[in-house]
Design a protein around this ligand. Sequence first.
Ligand SMILES: Nc1ncnc2c1ncn2[C@@H]1O[C@H](COP(=O)(O)OP(=O)(O)O)[C@@H](O)[C@H]1O
Ligand SMILES: [Mg+2]
Length: 253
Amino acid sequence: MKGTVIAVTGKGGVGKTMLSALLIGILGDSQPGKSILAIDADPDSNLAESLGVEFQKTVGDIREDMLREKPSPGVEKKKYLDAKVFEITVETDNFDLLVMGRPEGQGCYCAINHMLRDIVDNITKSYDYIVIDAEAGLEHLSRRTTENVDSLLVISDASKKGLDTAKRIKDLTRELNIKFNNLYLILNRVTPENKDVLEDEAGKLGIEVIGSIPDDPEVSDLDLRGRPITGISQESKAYKEAENIARKLIKNG
Ligand SMILES: Nc1ncnc2c1ncn2[C@@H]1O[C@H](COP(=O)(O)OP(=O)(O)O)[C@@H](O)[C@H]1O
Ligand SMILES: [Mg+2]
């Protein structure tokens, strides 16, 4: 059985983590009994903080520990790594969280990296929904060895750089041969002033737009106070639009 994989990407600062966290919260509330895995795949990211949970270690840390500690020869590496990844997966009542941490980088870690990739891919298979907060380089997605992404969500704010990155991501999916069923554009921080120009410019990218999240003072306020975005009120503009987006994704899943 395969879960529904939703990956969120876009330029830094456009709202990937905000949307990922909102979707995880909404899926948890609207799909009781379904299991959800949140993957923080942006090395620069803070999904855990936005979800209001704490984590101890990342998959990257496991790799470094393994290289440093060199478990005794009798210990089977794959089993050791399996146990470690299980250990660092944060469990909450509504979802589990796995933080990828530093990217693989160059070097001779091939065997370990392969094993870790397989382990993460395997874990993914046991959840109903997998939400990946991914960086614009799509590194994590390009390394997945199994399963399509169901919905690849590209976010842009009202900036030329945000839209240019969205376009580059679309091209990158082809170059990296990333398989997805749906590619969607989501506009964020939309205001009555920027709405028309933003929609015009977005229309030129040739990616279906499935959401338009207003600039929301409640989001800024939570951020400034260092509070998790999952604490946002269900009447807020950003939450309501995230709900609309989630509904479309569930239907497609
Ligand atoms: N719709 C919105 N309204 C107000 N502030 C927003 C909105 N979306 C994102 N932000 C703010 O923009 C900043 C970047 O968002 P974040 O989700 O961390 O981006 P990314 O993960 O893409 O780097 C944060 O301070 C966040 O609170
Ligand atoms: Mg982020």
